[in-house]
Design a protein around this ligand. Structure first.
Ligand code: AMP
Length: 605
C-alpha cells in the first residue's frame, strides 16, 4: 500500500498527518500529490467532496512552499466562506510542524480590516472566496503577482454561484507561469470553459469516474403525491431512529418551512440557508457537526462548507433544478469509506427527472416504497429494546425505591412485565401509526376520479392551508370559477387545491401548505379582481372536525419531566393529517426516541 512518504512528502508533514489519523493517501491524493510535486503542468482533477481533495492540493503546495520568503505563494479559491475556513483549518493542521508558515482565509461577511491586518504580516497561502478576493485586490491589499499556485476548488460550484466575473478578474492578475490546479466534482461546459481559457495543456486526473457518484452511495426514490411529500419525509426519519441527515430543499423559503414543520412536529431538526445571519449559520452547523441535531434542512449553497463524514442519509425533498447539484448532494454521504443512502422524494410527474441524473451518476435509482406504519413501529420498537438492553442502571440511586416497586408489581410475571413496560413507551407510537395510510403514489391512482375522491377525504389534511377570500355566491362565485381565479394567479405549477366552501359574501379554500406565502403574495401582487371587486385573500384557521378537535399541538411531553438540559422542550409529533383522530399524542419523542441515550443526536425534548 502506498504511503505518504512514497508520494514525496517530508517528515514534518507526515508527522502532522499521523496526528490527524491519516494513515494512507486516498486515491486522489495518490494521483495528485506526486504530480504537483514533480511537475509544473496545470492540473484538472475530477474529485467529489469527501475524497480527500483538500490534502490532494494542499500537501504538495505545502511541500514546496518557501518559508524564507514572506510572499504569498498560493491562492486557493473556494465557493463559500465555510469551505474557505475549512480548507484554511486543514492546511493549518497539515502545517503544524512547519515553523514560520502562515495561512489565512479571506471571505465576505467579516471585517475586511482584520483580514488586511493579517495579510500585511505576510501570508504564504491565502484561501479566499471570489468576491472578497476581488475586493482585496481592488484595494491593493492583496498582491498575487508572485504566486506560484492557483487552486480553484469546487470550480463548478463557484460558477453555479455566479462567480464567473470574479474568477476572470482574479485570474487576470496572476502571473502566467503559475501552476493552476482545478478541482471539480462535475465538469459542465462552464468549467471546461475556464479550463480552456486559463489552463495550458492540463494533466487530467480522476478519482472515481468523471461526474459519477461515489460507489458507497445507494440511490433510492419514493413516489408520493405532492401533499404527501412532507409526510414521506417524516416516515423516512421515523423508520431510521438513528438518522443523521441533510434534507436538501431548493429555496430558502422551502428550507425554512420544512425545518419549521419538523421542529414543530418534534424532530431534532434545524434550517441552514442564506437568509440566516452568519452567526446563526455557524451555530447551526456547529450543532449539526456535534450531532446535537439529527436533521439539517439546507439549501445546496449553504450546505457546501459543511464537513461531516457520517451522514446516514441525504434526502432530496425536491430534486435540484440543475442535475449536477444532485451529485454534490448525494456526495455528502458515503464519505471517508462509509456507506450512505441518497433518497429522492418525487411525484409521478417528477419521475422523468431521475433518468438524466442516472445517466450522470452512472447508477440507477431503486424504487423504494414509503415505509409503512408497521415497519416504523418495528424499527422503533427494536431501538427501544436496544436502549433498555444498554441502559446503565444507577444501583445506588434506585436501590432504595426497589422494595416498594417490587411490592406494587407483585403477581406480574416476567413476560407480562416486559409487555407492560414496552407498551408504556410504545402505545402512543402504535396508535399513531395504527391504520397509517399507504403514502405511495402509484400511477394507477392517477385518473379522472381521483381528484374528487381525494378532495372529499382531505377534510383534515395537515398539508393544506385554509384561506379566506372576500367574495362569495353573491358575487357569482362558484367552485369552478374560484379554481379558475386561483389558477390565474399562477402560484405554482399544478398546485393542489383542497376543500372549497362558497358562502354568501365570502368563501374559503384550501391550498398546498408549502405555497402558503406564495398564495398570499400572488393574489396581492397581481391585484386580483373578480367581477369588478378587489379580491382579498387571507390565511385562516383550519376548520376543525369533531375528530380532530383538541389535537393541534395536543398535549406535551413535559408532564414527563424535562431532563434534556439545554435542549428544547419536546413537542409531540404532529400526526400525518390522514389519521388525526388517533391518540392525542404522536409517539412521544422522549420515550420512543430515547432521552437518556448517551449521544446527543436525539430529537428535542
Ligand atoms: P475532503 O475531500 O478534503 O473534504 O476530505 C474529506 C474528509 O476525509 C475530511 O474529513 C478529511 O479530514 C478526511 N481525509 C482526507 N484525506 C484522508 C486520508 N488520507 N486518510 C484519512 N482521512 C482523510
Amino acid at each position: 500500500m502506498t504511503t505518504f512518504k512514497d508520494l514525496g512528502l517530508n517528515e514534518n508533514i507526515i508527522k502532522a498527518l499521523t496526528d490527524l489519523g491519516y494513515e494512507n493517501p486516498t486515491e486522489i491524493q495518490e494521483k495528485a500529490i506526486p504530480q504537483v510535486i514533480a511537475s509544473k503542468a496545470d492540473l484538472k482533477a475530477f474529485a467529489q467532496t469527501g475524497t480527500g481533495k483538500t490534502a490532494a492540493f494542499g500537501l504538495p503546495i505545502l511541500e514546496q512552499i518557501d518559508l524564507n520568503s514572506k510572499d504569498t505563494q498560493a491562492i486557493i479559491l473556494s465557493p463559500t466562506r465555510e469551505l474557505a475556513l475549512q480548507i484554511a483549518k486543514n492546511i493549518e493542521e497539515f502545517s503544524k510542524y512547519m515553523k514560520g508558515f502562515s495561512v489565512a482565509a479571506v471571505y465576505g461577511g467579516a471585517s475586511i480590516e482584520d483580514q488586511i491586518r493579517k495579510l500585511k504580516k505576510g501570508v504564504h497561502i491565502i484561501v479566499g472566496t471570489p468576491g472578497r478576493t476581488v475586493d482585496l485586490i481592488k484595494r491593493k491589499q492583496l498582491k498575487l503577482s508572485n504566486i506560484q499556485w492557483l487552486v480553484l476548488d469546487e470550480a463548478d460550484e463557484m460558477l453555479n454561484m455566479g462567480f464567473k466575473d470574479e474568477l476572470d478578474k482574479i485570474l487576470e492578475v496572476t502571473p502566467k507561469e503559475k501552476q493552476t490546479l482545478l478541482f471539480s466534482a462535475t465538469f459542465p461546459r462552464e468549467v471546461e470553459g475556464i479550463a480552456k481559457n486559463y489552463m495550458y495543456k492540463p494533466v487530467e486526473i480522476t478519482s472515481g469516474e468523471k461526474n459519477k457518484g461515489s460507489d458507497q452511495v445507494s440511490h433510492q426514490y419514493y413516489v408520493v403525491s405532492e401533499r404527501n411529500r412532507y409526510n414521506a419525509l417524516k416516515r423516512i426519519a421515523d423508520v431510521n431512529p438513528d438518522i443523521y441527515s441533510i434534507i436538501f430543499c431548493r429555496t430558502r423559503r422551502e428550507t425554512q418551512e420544512i425545518a419549521d414543520k419538523l421542529i414543530k412536529d418534534g424532530y431534532n431538526a434545524d434550517a441552514l440557508h442564506g437568509d440566516l445571519s452568519q452567526a446563526q449559520r455557524d451555530s447551526v452547523m456547529e450543532k449539526f457537526r456535534k450531532k446535537h441535531l439529527q436533521i439539517l434542512v439546507a439549501t445546496d449553497v449553504a450546505a457546501r462548507g459543511l464537513d461531516v463524514n457520517e451522514l446516514t442519509h441525504v434526502i432530496n425533498h425536491k430534486l435540484p433544478d440543475q442535475i449536477e447539484s444532485y451529485t454534490h448532494r448525494s456526495g455528502r454521504t458515503g464519505r471517508a469509506g462509509k456507506v450512505g443512502i441518497s433518497i429522492a422524494i418525487v411525484t409521478s410527474r417528477e419521475k422523468g427527472k431521475l433518468r438524466p441524473i442516472e445517466r450522470l451518476i452512472g447508477k440507477q435509482f431503486v424504487s423504494t416504497p414509503v415505509p409503512t406504519g408497521k415497519e416504523i413501529c418495528q424499527n422503533q420498537l427494536l431501538k427501544l429494546i436496544d436502549k433498555v438492553h444498554d441502559i446503565k442502571v444507577n444501583d445506588i440511586e434506585i436501590n432504595g425505591f426497589l422494595p416498594s416497586i417490587y411490592e406494587k408489581l407483585e403477581g406480574l410475571d416476567r413476560e407480562e412485565l416486559i409487555k407492560r413496560f414496552v407498551s408504556l413507551e410504545f402505545n402512543t407510537f402504535l396508535s399513531y401509526y395504527q391504520n397509517a395510510p399507504d403514502l405511495n403514489d402509484s400511477d394507477q391512482m392517477r385518473g379522472s376520479g381521483r381528484d374528487s375522491d381525494t378532495r372529499g377525504k382531505r377534510r383534515d389534511d395537515e398539508n393544506m392551508s385554509r384561506f379566506f377570500i372576500n367574495i362569495g355566491r353573491k358575487d357569482n362565485l362558484n367552485p369552478a370559477r374560484l379554481i379558475g381565479l386561483i389558477n390565474d394567479q399562477k402560484i405554482a405549477k399544478n398546485i393542489e387545491i383542497g376543500q372549497i366552501e362558497i358562502l354568501d359574501t365570502f368563501s374559503f379554500f384550501e391550498l398546498d401548505k408549502n405555497y402558503q406565502a406564495e398564495t398570499i403574495d400572488s393574489f396581492k401582487q397581481n391585484g386580483a379582481e373578480f367581477e369588478g371587486r378587489n379580491v382579498n385573500v387571507e390565511i385562516t384557521e383550519k376548520k376543525r372536525s369533531g375528530r380532530s378537535g383538541g389535537r393541534r399541538d395536543g398535549g406535551s411531553s413535559s408532564d414527563r419531566g424535562d431532563r434534556g438540559g439545554d435542549r428544547k422542550r419536546s413537542r409531540d409529533r404532529k400526526p400525518e393529517g390522514d389519521f388525526s383522530g388517533f391518540g392525542r399524542k404522536r409517539p412521544d419523542s422522549k420515550s420512543a426516541f430515547g432521552s437518556t441515550d448517551k449521544g446527543s443526536k436525539r430529537r428535542k425534548r
